[in-house]
Design a protein around this ligand. Structure first.
Ligand code: MIG
Length: 799
C-alpha cells in the first residue's frame, strides 16, 4: 500500500534549462527539460503576458478579467538569442529570458535601463490536497522602489513593506489594517528611477502579494492554484500603466447617466413608503440637491429578492412614479441568497432549472443570510446569468426602478467560519468547472454582471445603473462600487480617501464610500467634512446602518446642513467637469481621481502622499482629516495653483498651510484651466441649462482643457451625437487667447457661455471674438471680469 505522507512534500520546484523555443505569431513558447512551458505573448509593444504550465499542458485560456475589447498589436517583435538567453525586442521593451531557468529581465527599449527582473522567478509547490500547484513568483525590488494599486486595501498609498491577500470578504467595520476586504484586484504598480510599470496577476484563486515585507529587496506574489499567468505593463508614465491595465480589463461599457453622478441618499432602511417620501420631500424643502434614494433590504417580503413588503410599500409603482416626478430615481438592493421557500417563484425556478450552487458531493450549498436559509445561484454559469438578468424585468420596466445595488455578493454567509462558501462548492465558471477556491473571487463580479445585463436590457433606451460591493479585476466594465461597511470615525474618512484613490489607480474609477460612515454615528463636524471629501468622489452617497441615529444632511443642525448644501451644490455645478473626466475614463482609461504620485511621479515628494489628490484633470483637493481644524498643511504639487475660494496663486512643489474653516476645504485649480459649470439644480434635468459657465484661470503659457457633453443619458452619443470641446489657452503678458475646437454632432440646448476670468495680471480694454473687435463696454464685462459669448466661438482674444 502506498500512503501519501508529509514525506511526499517536495518543497519549491523550479523550471530547469530551456530545451526548445518556438514562435507562433505573437506568442513565444519556451519548453524546459522538466516539462515547464513558458508562453510569452506580446500583447502590445508595452504589454507582455507571461504564462507558465508545469505539466507541458496549458489550461483552456479563459479569463473573466480580460475584455474582448482590449487593444492588441505591436509595431515590432524581434527574437534573437545568445549563449545564455533569448532576447525579445518590441518598440518599447527588451525582455531577456534566461536559458538556464526561464527567469526574465525587462528593460526599457529606448534607454536600455532595467525595469524589472526576476529574482527566483517562477517556481511552484505541488498541491497534494487539491491537485495542481501553488504557483509563485519573486522579483527583485530596486532600493528606492515604491508600490501602488491593489484595489481597496485600506493602507497608505505606497504599499512598500506590506503583505496582502486577495480573497473577497465581507468585512463589517474594518480598520486601517484589515486585509482582505471586499475586492480582489491583483494588480500593482512599481515605480523606481522615474519609471513605472505594472503587474496584473490574472489568477482568481486566493492570491498574495508581498512588497519587501518578508525580504527587504524582494517583491513576490503567489496563488493557491491555477497558472502563473501575469501581464507586465510598461509605462514609463504611471498614467500609461493604469490606462493600459484598464484597456486590458475594460472600461465602463457605457457612460453613466448624468444623474448617477449626482448626490444619492441611502440608509438601512428607509421604510415604510411614508418615510421614504418624507425624506425625499425634505431634500426639496431644504433645497439640498439629490438625485437618488435607496431601498435597503426591508422593502422586500421577508428578504425575498424581487418581491415587495406590501405592508410597507402597498403600491411600489405609484411610489416610484411619484418620487420620479420629483426628480428622485429609486434604487433597490438585491442580494444573491434566494430563500428556501417552495412557494417562492424565484426559488422554484432556480430549483427546476438546476441554477443553484452545489457542494462537491451533490447537496445544494445552503447558507444563512438575511432571508434565513438560502440557496445561491451559480452566477458563473452563463445560463444562470441570463435567467437572473430577466428577473429584473418587472422591477425596471413595470415598477420603474432606475438602479440596482448588489450587496453580500462576496458571497457573504452568516454564522460560519470564513464568512463565505466552503471550498468544495462547485461552479460552472463558464464551462471550466471548478471549486469555490477558484470561483470565489469572481462570484460577486458575475452576479453584478448578470444584474447589469438585466438593467441594460430593461432600462433601454436609457443607460443602466448598478452598484456592487464585491469585485474582481474587470468588474468596472459593468458597475459602480462602494467601499463597504466602514465606520463613522475620522480614521475612516482618511481610509475612504485612500481607498477611492487606490481604486481609481486600479482601473476602477466609479467608486465612493458610505459618506459619514456605515457603522456608528458621526457628529455633525465629521459628517460635513466627509461630505466635503465625498462630493469629489465619482460615486457620492450617504449611507448608514441607521441603528445609531439619523444621517441625513439635516440631521446635525442648521450649521451642518448649510455646509453640506454648499458642497453638494458645488458638485452639481461641477457636473460637466466630472462628466468630462468620466468620459476620459470610459474612453481612454484615465482615472477620474489621481493620487499625487500618479499626477507627478517625477517629484519624489509625491511618493508618500496620501491625502491630496487631483479630481479630474485640473482640480487639487485635500480633505480635512481631524476635528476642530481651521485649515491644514498639505503638499501642493509642482506648478502654479489658484486657491479656489480666494483666487490667490500659490506655487507648488512645497508644503503649505491652507486655511479651511468648517465651511470650507482646501481646493485649488491648476493655472490655465478652463472649468465648465452648470447652474445648481435640485436634480439632474430639473432645469434646461441655457448657459454654461466657463471659469478661466489665467496662465502665462499654454494649457488645454476639454468639455464633453451629450444628452446625459441614452446611447445617441455612441452614434456621434456628443460634443467634445477642446479649449487651447495661450497667455501672454498683456494678452490671452482661447481657441475652441468642437467635434461631434450633439448640439446642446444652451446658446451661450458665461466666461469668468480669474487672476488676470492686466487690465482688460478690448476683447475680440472670432476676430471681431468689441469695446470693453459693448460686451458688458462687469466688475468681476465676466462676459457672455456664443457657445460656438472659435477664438477669443483678450487684451
Ligand atoms: O449584513 O443590507 O454593506 O450597505 O446596508 C448587512 C444591509 C447587509 C451590508 C451592506 C450595507 C447594507 C446592509 N448589508
Amino acid at each position: 500500500m502506498i500512503l501519501n505522507t508529509e514525506l511526499e512534500y517536495k518543497g519549491n520546484l523550479f523550471p530547469s534549462k530551456i530545451i526548445s523555443y518556438k514562435k507562433n505569431l505573437d506568442t513565444l513558447a519556451f519548453t524546459t527539460d522538466n516539462n515547464v512551458v513558458l508562453h510569452v505573448t506580446v500583447v502590445r509593444d508595452s504589454v507582455l503576458r507571461f504564462r507558465y504550465t508545469t505539466t507541458g499542458i496549458f489550461e483552456k485560456d479563459f479569463s473573466y478579467a480580460i475584455t474582448k475589447y482590449a487593444s492588441r498589436g505591436y509595431n515590432l517583435l524581434e527574437v534573437t538569442e545568445d549563449e545564455d538567453k533569448y532576447i525579445i525586442t518590441t518598440a518599447k521593451l527588451i525582455c531577456h529570458i534566461s536559458k538556464a531557468d526561464t527567469r526574465s529581465a525587462i528593460f526599457d527599449a529606448i534607454d536600455k535601463s532595467l525595469i524589472c527582473e526576476d529574482e527566483l522567478g517562477f517556481h511552484w509547490e505541488e498541491s497534494y490536497e487539491f491537485g495542481g500547484d501553488v504557483v509563485k513568483m519573486t522579483k527583485t525590488s530596486h532600493t528606492s522602489e515604491a508600490y501602488y494599486g491593489l484595489g481597496d486595501k485600506p493602507v497608505d498609498n505606497n504599499l512598500k513593506g506590506k503583505r496582502f491577500e486577495n480573497w473577497v470578504t465581507d468585512s463589517y467595520a474594518y480598520t486601517k489594517e484589515t486585509d482582505p476586504l471586499y475586492k480582489a484586484i491583483p494588480f500593482y504598480i512599481g515605480l523606481h528611477s522615474k519609471k513605472a510599470y505594472g503587474v496584473f496577476f490574472d489568477n482568481t484563486f486566493k492570491t498574495n502579494f508581498d512588497f519587501c515585507h518578508e525580504r527587504r529587496n524582494i517583491t513576490s506574489f503567489w496563488a493557491q492554484g491555477g497558472e502563473m499567468n501575469y501581464y507586465f505593463i510598461y509605462g514609463p508614465d504611471m498614467s500609461e500603466v493604469v490606462a493600459n491595465y484598464t484597456d486590458l480589463t475594460g472600461k465602463p461599457h457605457e457612460m453613466p447617466a448624468l444623474w448617477t453622478l449626482g448626490y444619492h441618499q441611502c440608509k438601512w432602511s428607509y421604510y415604510p413608503e411614508s418615510n421614504v417620501k418624507e425624506i425625499a420631500a425634505k431634500f426639496r424643502k431644504l433645497k439640498i440637491p439629490c438625485d437618488a434614494i435607496y431601498l435597503d433590504i426591508d422593502y422586500m417580503d421577508g428578504f425575498r429578492c424581487f418581491t415587495w413588503n406590501k405592508e410597507y410599500f402597498p403600491d411600489p409603482k405609484k411610489m416610484v412614479k411619484e418620487l420620479a416626478d420629483d426628480g428622485f430615481k429609486t434604487i433597490v438592493i438585491i442580494d444573491p441568497g434566494i430563500k428556501i421557500d417552495p412557494e417562492y417563484p424565484v426559488y422554484k425556478e432556480g430549483l427546476e432549472n438546476d441554477y443553484f450552487c452545489k457542494r462537491a458531493d451533490g447537496p445544494y450549498m445552503k447558507g444563512k443570510v438575511w432571508p434565513g436559509e438560502c440557496y445561491f445561484p451559480d452566477f458563473t454559469n452563463p445560463e444562470v446569468r441570463e435567467w437572473w438578468s430577466n428577473l429584473f424585468q418587472e422591477l425596471v420596466e413595470d415598477i420603474g426602478v432606475k438602479g440596482v445595488w448588489n450587496d453580500m455578493n462576496e458571497p457573504a454567509v452568516m454564522d460560519v467560519p470564513g464568512k463565505t462558501f466552503p471550498d468544495d462548492v462547485r461552479h460552472n465558471y463558464d464551462g471550466n468547472r471548478c471549486s469555490h477556491r477558484k470561483a470565489h473571487n469572481v462570484y460577486g463580479m458575475q452576479m453584478a454582471r448578470a444584474t447589469y445585463q438585466g438593467l441594460k436590457k430593461f432600462s433601454y433606451p436609457k443607460r443602466p445603473f448598478v452598484i456592487t460591493r464585491a469585485a474582481y479585476s474587470g468588474t468596472q466594465r459593468y458597475t459602480s462600487s462602494w467601499t463597504g461597511d466602514n465606520v463613522a470615525s475620522w480614521e475612516h474618512l482618511i481610509i475612504a480617501n485612500i481607498q477611492a484613490q487606490r481604486m481609481c489607480m486600479s482601473g476602477y474609477s466609479f467608486i465612493g464610500s458610505d459618506i459619514g460612515g456605515f457603522a456608528e454615528q458621526p457628529n455633525g463636524e465629521l459628517y460635513a467634512r466627509w461630505i466635503q471629501l465625498g462630493v469629489f468622489h465619482p460615486f457620492c452617497r450617504t449611507h448608514s446602518s441607521g441603528d445609531h441615529g439619523d444621517q441625513e444632511p439635516w440631521a446635525f443642525g442648521t450649521n451642518v446642513t448649510n455646509v453640506v448644501r454648499k458642497f453638494i451644490e458645488l458638485r452639481y455645478q461641477l457636473l460637466p467637469y466630472l462628466y468630462t473626466a468620466f468620459w476620459r475614463y470610459a474612453n481612454e482609461g484615465v482615472p477620474i481621481l489621481k493620487s499625487l504620485v500618479l499626477y507627478d511621479q517625477n517629484d519624489p515628494q509625491t511618493h508618500y502622499r496620501n491625502d491630496e489628490f487631483i479630481f479630474g484633470e485640473k482640480i487639487l483637493v485635500c480633505p480635512i482629516n481631524e476635528p476642530n481644524a481651521k485649515g491644514r498643511r498639505m503638499y501642493i504639487p509642482r506648478g502654479n495653483w489658484y486657491n479656489f475660494w480666494t483666487d490667490e496663486v500659490v506655487e507648488g512643489g512645497q508644503e503649505l498651510w491652507v486655511d479651511a474653516d468648517f465651511d470650507s476645504m482646501p481646493i485649488f485649480v491648476k493655472e490655465g484651466a478652463i472649468i465648465p459649470k452648470y447652474p445648481v439644480q435640485q436634480y439632474v434635468g430639473e432645469k434646461t441649462i441655457d448657459e454654461v459657465v466657463l471659469d478661466i484661470y489665467y496662465k502665462f503659457g499654454k494649457e488645454s482643457s476639454l468639455v464633453f457633453e451629450d444628452a446625459h443619458d441614452g446611447y445617441d452619443y455612441i452614434k456621434g451625437r456628443y460634443s467634445l470641446r477642446s479649449f487651447n489657452l495661450l497667455g501672454e503678458e498683456t494678452e490671452l487667447y482661447i481657441q475652441q475646437h468642437k467635434s461631434g454632432k450633439y448640439n446642446a440646448p444652451f446658446e451661450t457661455f458665461k466666461i469668468n476670468l480669474h487672476g488676470f495680471p492686466f487690465k482688460i480694454s478690448k476683447i475680440k471674438i472670432d476676430k471681431e473687435e468689441f469695446l470693453f463696454d459693448d460686451i458688458k464685462v462687469n466688475s468681476s471680469n465676466s462676459f457672455v459669448v456664443n457657445k460656438d466661438f472659435t477664438e477669443i482674444q483678450i487684451m
